[in-house]
Design a protein around this ligand. Structure first.
Ligand SMILES: Cc1cc2nc3c(=O)[nH]c(=O)nc-3n(C[C@H](O)[C@H](O)[C@H](O)COP(=O)(O)O)c2cc1C
Length: 173
């Protein structure tokens, strides 16, 4: 029998491999987010886990919307920059060499360099004062994608490393 090693509860979260990493835009600001999931297919809802101290949190509450911009592998450095500095202190678009793109249906700007951009209107806030992050859920109202771009181009993040998706090994039946 294979022997199982015990792990701390805190370390166990690293057993989940790879979330997509997004440049989340809120108002005029951009920041990197790895805690993210699809919460509903119909209506289409995506949730992001946001620490209450983030400027992004404040901006989403103010604008009632946010953009999920999915970067490709060429934007690793921009993701690092947008995940290190706060929009309270600097213009991260300028610092990371990113371009503001006009949204169609929300107030928050989008990131031109990301091949996929999803516009969300704030649907619900799940406040969890006992936990590190609150969950902000957004209903997708429209999206844009570069010609030829595919979801497989999107950057993933896990355990301090950025990655691309690996092999397909079976089909759901
Ligand atoms: C790869 C990566 C993933 C991150 N994921 C999250 C996340 O899911 N939730 C969060 O609150 N902060 C996350 N951060 C940290 C924020 O991006 C960082 O604190 C940023 O400076 C916040 O900017 P703001 O104050 O302009 O909102 C992540 C950073 C990196 C580099």
């Amino acid at each position: 029998m294979t022997s199982k090693q015990p792990m701390t509860a805190e370390k166990a979260r690293d057993l989940f491999p790879c979330f997509p990493v997004a440049l989340v835009t809120a108002g005029d600001n951009v920041a990197s987010f790895g805690l993210m999931h699809v919460f509903s297919f119909k209506p289409p809802i995506i949730g992001i886990g946001v620490r209450r101290t983030r400027y992004t949190y404040e901006m989403i509450e103010k604008n009632k919307d946010f953009g999920i911009n999915l970067p490709g592998k060429d934007l690793v450095e921009a993701v690092n920059i947008c995940g290190r500095k706060s929009g309270r202190d600097v213009d991260k678009f300028q610092l990371a060499g990113l371009t503001r793109m006009a949204p169609s249906e929300i107030n928050s700007v989008l990131v031109e360099e990301c091949p996929m951009n999803i516009e969300c209107k704030l649907h619900r806030k799940i406040e969890m004062p006992e936990a590190s992050h609150d969950w902000l859920l957004g209903e997708i109202v429209t999206a844009h994608k570069n010609e030829g771009a595919v979801p497989e181009d999107a950057l993933l993040y896990w355990n301090q490393m950025y990655r691309l998706i690996g092999d397909a090994v079976g089909k759901r039946e």
